[in-house]
Design a binder for this molecule. Sequence first.
Ligand code: SF4
Ligand code: SF4
Length: 193
Amino acid sequence: MEEKDKKYLLNMIKDRPQSLCKMCGDCCRVVTTKYTYQELLEKQKQGDSSAIDFLSVFVPFETIEDAKKESSEIVENILKRTPQKLEDITFYKCKYLRDDNKCGDYENRPLLCRLNPFSAWSIVPPNCGFQGWLEEQKQQKINEIKHQKDNLKELNELLKIAQNQNQIDEINKRIEKINDILKYYEKYGSNEW
Ligand code: SF4
Ligand code: SF4
């Protein structure tokens, strides 16, 4: 996981109202990732900490039909919202989820469980208590990015009338910082905002 991602994720959970969790266990019941199962195994072999964490608790369903038997509602929700092709998707269930929906290894659960839901763009199960909050977070972030785009325009104008090299360097530094932020959010569609 990139340092920037970690920072973003840790910031997210800092302000996350944990009381919104209904402890339904659905986010441990049927999940998927943006990687194929083969890619995950490859990443695990290469020492990728996120893949290692994920595969230490999640076990793949043999087929999508098997995952649907666990919860067709969650499967359909993911299929509706993921950009992945059907043939690339594998669903997983955590081996520690107990029948009472509680975690069977709570003290040792990996970082990915502690951070869930990862971002405002996480696909959470239908009826997840965080749904409304995530939507608010998403809108806030979109507004923030729009504001940064306005700042970028202003800085580019300022660059045209900068008086000396110090001013040019300072403006360029700020432009670079904003471009980094915009680049980071491209994966969520920031080019369209
Ligand atoms: S699906 Fe949402 S409400 Fe249910 S346990 Fe997971 S985070 Fe909590
Ligand atoms: S380890 Fe616990 S919290 Fe993490 S997915 Fe499994 S049951 Fe859920």
